[in-house]
Design a protein around this ligand. Structure first.
Ligand code: UD1
Length: 476
């Protein structure tokens, strides 16, 4: 029985891989990730789990990869140029594979020229519909709206997918496009369509400092006629990285990193060579993992300035944090002490670090309070930590965490990308074995997290399992 299920799965996986190859999918290593995560085989599911036996302090050095949220915006921005863009420090994560796949499907010439280097030429590009089967996997596919509109003056893109963190409207993006002269309409099958004869620069005030809206408006405005001023712009490091990339292509974007971004439209953008900034959230995750396991880790290849809010909270929790030019050492020899955290836009404590620090605080001494200031529904992971013995009460956007002596390993799931990172940290701290399901969420944003943690001394591995999917449970 097991053999026949396995054969069915392998056959179907091969067919999927072959179909993707025929369509010209150019990245064999990455295509494997997409194929694995497609649970399309009737009656059979292919699952991967991460297994961790906790209790070992992390020790050693770890290198941080390029920033996920920067690279996704920058890959979209290549649509704006007709020249060759060579981009370095690209992280090997599934969100990047999917974005490269989307660009390739739309006509871009995409080549991997090194483990972390990609060359992209979008001279020939299809400006027609970007369908849901391309956009459904990643939130950042909404950047195709701004980039296609900026290049062609029109765009038709199906609504993006991404992690479920509560309602995630894109009204600010749409209003920004309208201010630049777009007429926007919503078609069947959740397709957003917009066009304009002339893109005209304009002052745009954002009601919230939205990262996505700031980036999308920048993409749409770089080739507009006249000047666009974004007030109350997001200041996140990836907004600055995108501005630097656009300027390397000949754009004129000033003020990124402050709350006023000014964009003088230019006629043409050219190709460039660029290197992505290090990932603030990946770096922060290893910093917290080091503190949570009472270890001693040098996190290399970071921009310490980007890490200040995270370093400050760790120091408040009694952890030693030493900043160097491009690395940070985090060491601890006792339980963290309790603290209060409110997530806020940059330079505040990032919402994308909230689940990871919550995991550490489950075993801190005393009671900690976390207030989520960005998303409506970012505590879904709390239930999983409670299964491991954590004491957490969630009331709306506030979680109260009573520190316990120790967590105990059990089967848990990654509800989303950062929730998955929190489960890994909890597993590293826990007594016994933790088995994490739905690891494809973790692959969206962490390059080789298992290999990196193993090199730091963790007892962690991936396990592939074939699972008979219950058709009834699939319906919900
Ligand atoms: C981006 C990041 C995500 C990070 C988040 C906050 C990417 C691909 N994702 O997400 O990892 O957690 O920033 O740092 O870079 N809002 C509106 N209307 C809009 C847009 C946003 O009401 O049109 C609200 C959202 O619901 C949310 C808040 O503004 O409450 C912030 O969202 P935003 O900064 O836009 O986050 P994302 O771009 O979705």
């Amino acid at each position: 029985m097991v053999v026949s299920l396995k054969n069915t799965l392998e056959e179907k996986t091969e067919i999927l891989a072959e179909e993707k190859f025929k369509k010209g999918f150019p990245f064999p290593a990455e295509s494997a990730i997409i194929v694995k995560n497609d649970r399309t085989c009737e009656g059979v599911g292919y699952l991967e789990k991460i297994l961790i036996t906790g209790g070992r302090p992390l020790r050693g050095e770890v290198n941080v990869a390029g920033a996920k949220n920067a690279v996704l915006a920058i890959l979209s921005a290549t649509i704006l140029s007709k020249g060759l863009c060579r981009i370095d420090n690209i992280p090997n994560i599934s969100d990047v594979s999917i974005m490269l796949h989307i660009l390739h499907q739309l006509g871009a010439d995409v080549r991997r020229v090194g483990k972390h280097t990609v060359e992209i030429n979008t001279r020939y590009f299809n400006s027609g519909l970007v369908p849901h089967d391309l956009t459904k996997h990643i939130r950042a596919s909404y950047y195709l709206l701004g980039a296609l509109f900026g290049r062609f003056g029109h765009a038709r893109v199906a609504m993006p997918g991404g992690c479920d963190l509560g309602v995630r409207p894109i009204d600010l993006h749409i209003r920004g496009f309208e201010r630049l002269g777009a007429s926007v309409s919503f078609e069947e099958n959740a397709v957003i369509s917009m066009q304009s004869d002339v893109i005209s620069g304009s002052p745009i005030y954002l009601d919230m400092a939205s990262v996505g809206a700031t980036i999308n408006i920048m993409l749409a405005a770089v080739r507009a006629r006249g000047v666009t001023v974004i007030e109350n712009a997001a200041k996140e490091p990836h907004v600055v990285d995108l501005a630097n990339f656009l300027n390397s292509m000949g754009a004129d974007v000033r003020g990124a990193g402050t709350d006023v971004v000014k964009i003088h439209g230019v006629l043409e953008l050219h190709g460039c060579d660029y290197s992505i900034i290090p990932d603030q959230i990946e770096a922060g995750t290893y910093m917290i993992a080091a503190a949570a396991t009472q270890g001693d880790v040098l996190v290399r290849g970071v921009i310490p300035k980007h890490m200040e809010s995270i370093s400050a909270k760790l120091i408040e929790c009694g952890v030693t944090v030493e900043e160097h030019d491009d690395s940070i050492r985090v060491a601890s020899s006792s339980r963290a002490t309790r603290c209060k955290i409110k997530t806020m836009p940059h330079p505040g404590f990032p919402t994308d670090m909230q689940p990871q620090i919550a995991a550490m605080l489950t075993a801190a001494s005393g009671t900690s309070i976390i207030s989520e200031g960005i998303f409506d529904n970012r505590f879904r992971y709390a239930e999983q930590l409670v299964r491991m013995g954590a004491v957490i009460k969630v009331d709306g956007k506030v979680a109260v965490i009573e520190g316990v002596e120790t967590l105990k390993g059990c089967a848990v799931r990654a509800n989303d990308l950062r929730a998955g990172a929190a489960m890994i940290i909890a597993g590293l701290m826990a007594r016994g074995t933790t088995e994490i399901e739905d690891v494809e969420y973790i692959d969206r944003g962490y390059e080789d997290i298992v290999g990196k943690l193993r090199a730091l001394g963790a007892e962690i591995s991936r396990k592939e399992v074939y699972d008979v999917v219950d058709p009834v449970s699939q319906i919900s």
